[in-house]
Design a protein around this ligand. Structure first.
Ligand code: ADP
Ligand code: MG
Length: 247
């Protein structure tokens, strides 16, 4: 009698890997005093698990809107966003928040740190939302704060930190729960050359070591050049896509 195969579907040769992100016919229209304004027009995009993607394009082209919709922070006017095979528009707010907390890290252009919490308390928020607590998570938060160069700023409040320092706290917060996909909106936008290098290295180390897929909106050519795929947006559409053959 033959025994049942122990090879799981995921590791079976030729198994189809689900994309971590699949965007289909995504549209966003704002109602404004001057009439409806469509700022995202039927965008289609798919990203493999563990892959890296940079989104570039002029200001106002819809990059931040696309990122927010992909991460389930905002509702689309039409179309679908699947995260790890789950269509987020089918989930209620609680289920969507739980999915986000399990899978997604997000670094906002404007940081969005909680002003009444210290830097290290901000970093711990994603784990506390998961109900984790204790010394281990505190040690991990301290390690990440040290890695972003802020080991001596643990108990500072956001208003006591510079823009670049707040950006680094926001990155540590996005890393702490080892998300399967990390969205970052201009992650080096507030950093000078000296501090952006280590942050970029940290992003790509998270990709290599934890397999976190990266979706990075950036104006920084050096950062875009490190991603395997680069898409360009203009007027609410993806107008071109390139692959970096060296990666
Ligand atoms: N709430 C809103 N109401 C109306 N228009 C908006 C709103 N939010 C964003 N927009 C417009 O959507 C367009 C795309 O914005 P955004 O996604 O922030 O672009 P990018 O990140 O590429 O600079 C811009 O023209 C912006 O003015
Ligand atoms: Mg933007």
């Amino acid at each position: 009698m033959s025994s049942p195969s122990s090879v799981s579907l995921e590791s079976a040769p030729g198994a189809v890997k689900l994309p971590i992100l699949k965007v289909s016919g995504l549209r966003k229209t704002h109602e404004t005093a001057g009439g409806d304004l469509t700022v995202l027009k039927d965008v289609n995009l798919s990203l493999d698990t563990g892959d890296t993607l940079a989104i570039i394009g002029p200001s106002g082209s819809g990059k931040t809107t696309l990122l927010g919709l992909c991460a389930g922070l905002d509702d689309a006017s039409a179309g679908s966003v699947e995260l790890d095979g789950m269509a987020i528009e089918l989930l209620d707010q609680d289920a969507r928040a739980a999915l986000r907390n399990r899978l997604v890290g997000f670094v906002f252009q404007s940081f969005q740190l909680i002003p009444t919490l210290t830097a290290i308390e901000n970093v711990l928020v994603p784990l506390e939302l998961r109900g984790e607590s204790g010394k281990d998570i505190h040690a991990e938060a301290e390690r990440l704060m040290t890695e972003v160069g802020l080991g001596d700023r643990l108990d500072h409040y956001p208003l006591q930190l510079s823009g670049g320092e707040q950006q680094r706290v926001a990155l540590a917060r996005a890393f702490i729960h080892r998300p399967k996909i990390l969205f970052a909106d201009e992650p080096t936008g507030n950093l000078d050359a000296g501090t952006s290098g280590p942050i970029v290295d940290m992003l790509f180390r998270l990709n290599r070591e934890a397999g976190t897929a990266l979706v990075l909106v950036t104006h920084d050519p050096a950062l875009a050049a490190k991603a395997r795929r680069v898409v360009t947006m203009s007027g609410g559409e993806i107008v071109s896509e390139e692959e970096n053959a060296a990666i």
